[in-house]
Design a protein around this ligand. Structure first.
Ligand code: SF4
Ligand code: SF4
Length: 371
């Protein structure tokens, strides 16, 4: 039987793909229209046709270490033109979810995050944790006097909870991504990344920052603009948070910023960009659902968490400005809970796409895949 490759379909993997938004995968009849219309796909070994057949067979081991699933930006050009309604863009989204869950530890938490039935438990965890912290430190009450959030939730207590949560997420992500990098270098076509790692990483990050690839999409072109707004909003708010941390621990300056201070303006611009971008993403996803696919639970959960983080942050600020205590403190508490949710579960949610896509694009650049 020399030269014959025996393929054993993995039924479990097929079920997983179909349950994660790729329910139409079986409709594909391999016409390759999708690979032709995709403006991002390289000429050599183009995607997503080959991924569609691998997904139909449930070749999980090959699919999770296939860097091409991350080169796709889910613009849905291929989904709009697929003559069979197989929704290749959605299938690739399901494969990316499978990849994130495959490399995340512990697997139970990864499974829970992908399962809508576990959502109440996942939401309850940060809320109960923060409530317990307030109770144990005697802060479970609305403080007297003007609204000062650090009187309600002391900054030190915030750091005590959020810093370990942040490092937990970074450690899980780093472990997953290192395993992924190792695997993609022995991918199905066995091409190893070569060249200057730092130089190529800078070029890749520049590509991502300006969405040079994403902007080649046509059917849902505006998605790239809205995604860029969310990305920059996120970067600005990360700068503001890091500045706050520096202020507290190095400069020992812990009072609220004045409205005209540059850092406050950056926070306002960041929040506006984040909220405007995510609002448009929701609106357009709903408007394009028939043509481009409705999106999976995994996608929507991430979108709504980002929305809650941005909205509660903005409302907590507004309620403080107008002095409505009864709304300000609970909103601030919800804001902290949603930020914890966003970061603590990051290695298991769509948030991890920031890291996996960067690594896959870096690999593509370093292995001459036309990136
Ligand atoms: S996903 Fe659609 S366009 Fe792509 S190969 Fe299959 S049938 Fe053709
Ligand atoms: S969704 Fe867009 S980027 Fe992804 S494979 Fe289809 S056409 Fe290409």
């Amino acid at each position: 039987m020399a030269g014959v490759t025996v393929i054993k379909p993995d039924l479990q993997a097929i079920k997983q793909i179909m349950a994660s938004g790729g329910e139409s995968v079986k409709k594909c009849f391999q016409c390759a229209t999708c690979s032709v219309v995709c403006n991002i796909s390289p000429d050599s070994k183009p995607f997503p046709r080959k991924e569609m057949i691998q997904a139909q067979w449930g070749l999980k081991e090959e699919l999770v270490k296939n860097p091409d699933i991350w080169l796709c930006h889910q613009c849905s050009d291929c989904t709009a033109y697929c003559p069979r309604g197989a929704k290749p863009g959605e299938v690739l989204g399901a494969l990316r979810q499978m990849c994130i869950q495959h490399y995340a530890t512990p697997p139970l938490l990864a499974k829970m995050v992908g399962d809508p039935r576990s959502l109440p438990l996942l939401i309850a965890f940060p809320i109960l944790l923060l409530l317990a912290a307030l109770k144990l430190t005697g802060h479970l009450a609305i403080p007297a006097g003007p609204i000062v959030y650090s009187k309600f939730f002391p900054t030190l207590l915030v750091d005590f909870i959020f810093v370990p949560a942040f490092f937990f997420a970074v450690a899980v992500l780093a472990k997953g991504v290192m395993a992924y990098w190792k695997d993609i270098n022995v991918n199905p076509w066995k091409v190893k990344a070569k060249g200057n790692l730092v130089g190529n990483l800078i070029a890749t990050l520049t590509d991502i920052l300006w969405h040079n690839r994403f902007r080649k999409c046509e059917v849902t072109y505006q998605r790239s603009t809205n995604h860029l707004l969310v990305l920059f909003g996120f970067i600005f708010l990360l700068i503001v948070t890091s500045w706050g941390f520096l202020n507290e621990w190095v400069l020992h300056h812990d009072s609220p910023y004045r409205i005209y201070e540059p850092i406050k303006l950056l926070a306002m611009v960041g929040t506006a960009a984040l909220l405007y971008g995510i609002y448009n993403i929701i609106k357009q996803r709903q408007a394009n659902a028939e043509q481009a696919g409705a999106g999976s639970y995994f996608d929507w959960m991430f979108i709504y968490v980002v929305l809650v983080v941005g909205a509660t942050g903005l409302l907590a600020w507004l309620f403080r400005l107008v002095g409505i205590k009864i709304l300000a403190y609970p909103t601030y508490f919800l804001h902290l809970s949603s930020v914890f949710f966003l970061f603590f579960y990051a290695p298991y949610t769509k948030m991890a796409h920031m890291v996996y896509r960067t690594v896959a694009m870096l690999y593509a650049r370093m292995s001459d895949r036309g990136f």
